[in-house]
Write a protein that binds this ligand. Structure first.
Ligand code: ADP
Ligand code: 5GP
Length: 215
């Protein structure tokens, strides 16, 4: 089929959540590097920047007053307090990307996921990433070596209540082998992009197809 005759589709919002350290940032980063037509939503946060993080690339690092002003002006599509810090998704870049027919990828927690699902269920696909074991989760947080010991302890203490949300998600992936987990996400994205309900002008396309003279 020629590219020009393929029906267009609505953009989708792909959300990845997991307990801290299960690997969702690594997976979202890989997806954005290797995939075309998907934009990463860059969140705002009041948490301290980690040594490896770049402002406006990994997050926009802001203070609490600025965060509250954005929230109160309805500039955030969703927001939540996680591990004692505030995080939120700026609304405008998401709306602009979707309007351009692009997909948007989110690395956000279950609270934010539920808020977006409530607003746009038909356009949202949610994936929960599980670690292969709690021992491995701990060692990934330690190996990442970006957070202080007490921050790691807090994140591990919160992991159980975050994992308990797994049933709210459309898909669940155990991130044991990184390549396998990546391939699973890619397969989900490919299938979800092909959903009939996302296609625009499919009925017209089929009509034209049926009107075509038989060769
Ligand atoms: P999260 O964003 O969920 O907090 P990260 O993506 O930062 O987690 O991953 C935590 C650490 O675990 C990082 O050092 C990352 O390189 C490592 N990691 C991620 N996935 C795997 C995997 N499948 N096997 C081994 N290490 C992994
Ligand atoms: P981290 O501090 O490790 O980068 O993120 C901590 C948690 O906050 C993770 O579960 C991450 O997915 C989540 N998070 C990051 N950005 C947002 C956001 O904009 N909104 C919500 N609700 N959670 C976020």
């Amino acid at each position: 089929m020629a590219e020009t005759t393929r029906p267009a589709r609505r953009g989708l919002m792909l959300i990845l959540s997991s307990p801290s350290g299960a690997g969702k940032s690594t997976l979202t980063r890989n997806l954005c590097q290797r995939e075309t037509n998907i934009d990463l939503s860059v969140s705002v946060t009041t948490r301290e920047r980690r040594p490896s993080e770049i402002d406006s690339v990994h997050y926009r690092f802001i203070d609490r007053d600025t965060f509250e002003a954005l929230r109160d002006h309805d500039d955030l599509l969703e927001w939540a307090e996680v591990h004692g810090n505030c995080y939120g998704t700026p609304r405008k870049p998401v709306e602009a990307a979707l309007a351009r027919g692009r997909d948007v990828l989110f690395d956000i927690d279950w609270q934010g996921t539920m808020q977006i699902v409530e607003k746009a269920r038909e356009d949202v696909v949610t994936i929960f990433i599980l670690p292969p074991s709690m021992a491995e989760l701990r060692s990934r947080l330690v190996r990442r070596a970006e957070d202080a010991q007490e921050v790691i302890a807090k994140r591990l203490a919160n992991a159980r209540s975050e994992i308990a949300r797994w049933e709210k998600y459309d898909y669940v992936i155990v991130n044991d082998d990184l390549n396998d987990a990546y391939d699973s996400i890619k397969a989900i994205l490919t299938a979800e992009r092909l959903k009939r309900s996302r296609a625009i002008g499919l009925a017209d396309f089929v009509e034209t197809l049926l009107d075509e003279a038989m060769p």
